[in-house]
Design a protein around this ligand. Structure first.
Ligand SMILES: [Zn+2]
Ligand SMILES: [Zn+2]
Length: 402
């Protein structure tokens, strides 16, 4: 982790000199050109100061940004379980505290360094993971493991704020006319930054196409979007969850309900559920092998179930995160000639496709999003921690236009 600590040192230094932390990082990318903002920008931000303590409201002044950076005025920032992980579950941020959390951001580019002047005034979705785009991993399409990737709210100050300073190269512009036609607000698109795009990436990795079967374990949040995306791509979807209401809602929001089959997993063993699943597929003349399983619950029970559903040629995408270990017979992968892959974020190059799906209404975000004012962030984080939030919560900066 020497790389991460080097980053942190650079960031800490920049805070002391009242520069944006991301601009310090540009030193490392061998470009020292900076752009002074017309007037110093005061960012209104909610920062994590210590684990298990409420976020504290603060201001941060940015006077200049690097050539490759932009300032995005936040329209909305989604609250993710990862934020709860940093605040309450002992997951460490790479940037030292205090740090502004939040990595699911949509907004409008207010200022840009000289490399991205064309982005000023554009509505954008900020990818949760912004790879450098230049290293050998990025050039080989392995950008999600880029060692220089930036994750707002972890590597640099994030989106629980009026503005964020991020690299301009990964941003995904949104067509304002298409957005207006969709009836959605820019703030709603923040959930594309992580929840929707990560689900999309998992499905792309699994090479899901029309007629395929996708089994989603854990149908809330990311899983709920995975159900919709798989359905939009013409797959037959089976959703498994502990909440029957969630299953009913998912069946209702898709355009062709009968192609989403819900299985209530409460109190049932993986072996029994696998039998049910195979009986359902058999009964509908659907492929009983080589289907895709996506584990999005991020729970021990969900992971055990997902692994227990493996069949010949299956692909298991691990999307959810839990610190709890599980005991598995890994040789099942060998015996079934199956594959398993972890999914970290989504490459920026896939974002335009995700935005298209959402703006075309093929993947609905509005019914699954709840906008709340940013000053309620501490209540919201507690609600997400305690599983009291039934929809993805998007924080809208106070006085901001969503
Ligand atoms: Zn997230
Ligand atoms: Zn890279």
């Amino acid at each position: 982790m020497s790389d991460a600590s080097a980053k942190s040192d650079a960031s800490a230094k920049s805070d002391a000199s009242a520069k944006s932390d991301a601009s310090a990082k540009s030193d490392a990318s061998a470009k020292k050109t900076t752009t002074s903002l017309p007037t110093p920008l005061t960012i209104d931000a909610w920062q994590m100061v210590a684990p298990n303590e409420p976020l504290r409201r603060t201001t941060r002044v940015v006077q200049e940004i690097a050539a490759h950076e932009v300032v995005v005025r936040v329209a909305g920032c989604g609250v993710c379980h990862t934020d709860v992980g940093y605040l309450y579950e002992g997951v460490a941020t790479r940037h030292p505290l205090p740090l502004t959390l939040g990595h699911e951001i949509a907004g409008v580019v207010e200022h840009a360094g000289e490399d991205h002047a064309d982005l000023v005034g554009r509505s954008v979705v900020v990818p949760a993971v912004i790879p450098c785009g230049r290293c050998w991993l990025c050039r080989r399409g392995k950008e999600m493991v880029c060692a220089k990737q930036i994750f707002p709210g972890c590597d640099v100050h994030g989106g629980f704020a009026s503005h964020v300073v991020v690299p301009g190269h990964g941003l995904c512009p949104v067509d304002d006319a298409a957005l207006a036609r969709s009836g959605l607000r820019l703030a709603d698109l923040s959930v594309i930054g992580d929840a929707v795009s990560t689900a999309y990436h998992a499905i792309v990795r699994a090479k899901v196409g029309a007629g395929d079967v996708v089994v989603v374990v854990g149908a809330g949040g990311v899983g709920g979007f995975a159900v919709q995306i798989a359905r939009a791509l013409g797959a037959h979807v089976v959703a498994m969850d502990v909440d029957p209401k969630r299953l009913t809602a998912l069946t209702r929001t898709t355009t062709n309900g009968e192609r989403v089959h819900g299985i209530d997993v409460r109190g049932r063993e993986p072996r029994e559920l696998r039998k049910d699943l195979l009986a359902h597929l058999h009964g509908h003349g659907l492929p009983e092998r080589a289907f895709t399983i996506l584990e999005t619950s991020g729970t021990k029970a969900g992971q055990e179930l997902a692994f227990g559903l493996l069949v010949h040629g299956a692909h298991l995408g691990v999307v959810g995160y839990t610190r709890e270990p599980v005991t598995l017979r890994l040789s099942n992968l060998m015996a079934f000639d199956a594959t398993a892959a972890g999914v970290w974020g989504c490459p920026p190059r896939l974002y335009p496709d995700v935005i298209d799906l959402v703006l075309a209404g093929k993947v609905q975000v509005a019914p699954h999003v709840e906008r709340r004012p940013l000053h309620e962030v501490n209540d919201v984080l507690e609600a997400v921690r305690d599983h009291r939030a039934s929809r993805r919560i998007v924080l809208v900066p106070d006085g901001g236009r969503s």
